[in-house]
Design a protein around this ligand. Structure first.
Ligand SMILES: Nc1ncnc2c1ncn2[C@@H]1O[C@H](COP(=O)(O)OP(=O)(O)O)[C@@H](O)[C@H]1O
Ligand SMILES: CC(=O)N[C@@H](CCC(=O)OP(=O)(O)O)C(=O)O
Length: 263
């Protein structure tokens, strides 16, 4: 029987709040078994960019990453956020190791080709992007990998890759060795029928319902690529995928967490 692995992604709005992040890292530490944490930090990068005179340019929730922006996101994701998170995890007894995609060649990406939009230094992933050997060795050594949204192309170029996409690709790749669950944590209870109504959680979504939810306007903005990544993971062999509230992570043990996505 395969061992189980939880691949958990934490979103930018939680990272932006030191109290919420503190609680999330406590709950993450308490989760039993093998686990990998993937973090964004888009909100902090946007705020720091403004103070450095680098305005964010976003298209459908993705950041156009020119050379100045790449410098900012590398400092923020691979430096400030990743290292603070690792230090906080260590303080709670979780033996975390913080990595960008270049460290141990853990995530290799390809610079997105210019079509309608020039995305600059944005990296796309393929089925060979994730080094399952490196991640597997770290897990076997009792370490908890903490991955940020910075990848590399193998030719000395760092790239910016959406953290939801990294989480999905890591979960898919690790499914060959582990029974893997992919858990997206953010500030809402899950996919909501009405984002303003806390009681409107959609408990389950099947793949064929995704287009209807988009067309009805129930899901919009950053939730569209998140669901797209989530369903890609299900199609590619990830055992379970959830989207839910960071505060409610402990409920994952009973499988009663946020929105469950089903094929
Ligand atoms: N139906 C929905 N349910 C929950 N959130 C939604 C929904 N539709 C759109 N959203 C928006 O999607 C956002 C999550 O996407 P994003 O900001 O990319 O997440 P993350 O913080 O994980 O990076 C939420 O903050 C919310 O504003
Ligand atoms: C290419 C691209 O869009 N990269 C993202 C990476 C960070 C991220 O995904 O952060 P959240 O999870 O907090 O949104 C960005 O720079 O915003």
């Amino acid at each position: 029987m395969k061992k189980t692995l939880n691949v958990i992604k934490i979103g930018g709005n939680v990272i932006d709040s030191s109290e919420k992040l503190h609680q999330f890292l406590l709950d993450f530490t308490a989760l039993p078994g093998d686990k990998i944490l993937i973090h964004g930090g888009g909100k902090v990068a946007t705020e720091l960019g403004v103070s450095l005179g680098v305005e964010a340019k976003m298209v459908e929730g993705r950041r156009i990453t020119d050379i100045e922006t790449l410098r900012v996101v590398t400092m923020v994701y691979a430096g400030l956020i990743n290292k603070n998170m690792v230090a906080q995890l260590q303080a709670r007894g979780c033996n975390a190791i913080g990595l960008s995609g270049a460290d141990g060649n853990v995530i290799k990406a390809v610079k997105r080709p210019v079509k309608d939009i020039d995305w600059g230094f944005v990296g796309d992933l393929d089925q060979d992007s994730v080094s399952t050997e490196t991640l597997g060795s770290l897990l076997n050594a009792g370490l908890v990998p903490v991955l940020c949204a910075i990848t590399h192309d193998g030719d000395a170029q760092l790239l910016n890759t959406n953290a939801d996409t990294i989480a999905s690709a890591v979960a898919v790749a690790m499914s060959s060795q582990y029974e893997t669950a992919l858990i997206y944590c953010f500030e809402k209870r899950g996919v909501m029928r009405d984002v303003e109504d806390e009681d409107s959680l959609v408990a389950e979504i099947r793949m064929h319902e995704f287009d209807t939810l988009k067309n009805e306007g129930v899901v919009s903005g950053g939730m569209i690529p998140k669901l797209h990544n989530a369903f890609e993971a299900i199609k590619s062999g990830v055992a379970a995928v959830y989207i839910g509230k960071a505060d409610e992570l402990p409920q994952i043990n009973g499988g009663n967490f946020g929105t469950r996505l089903i094929q």
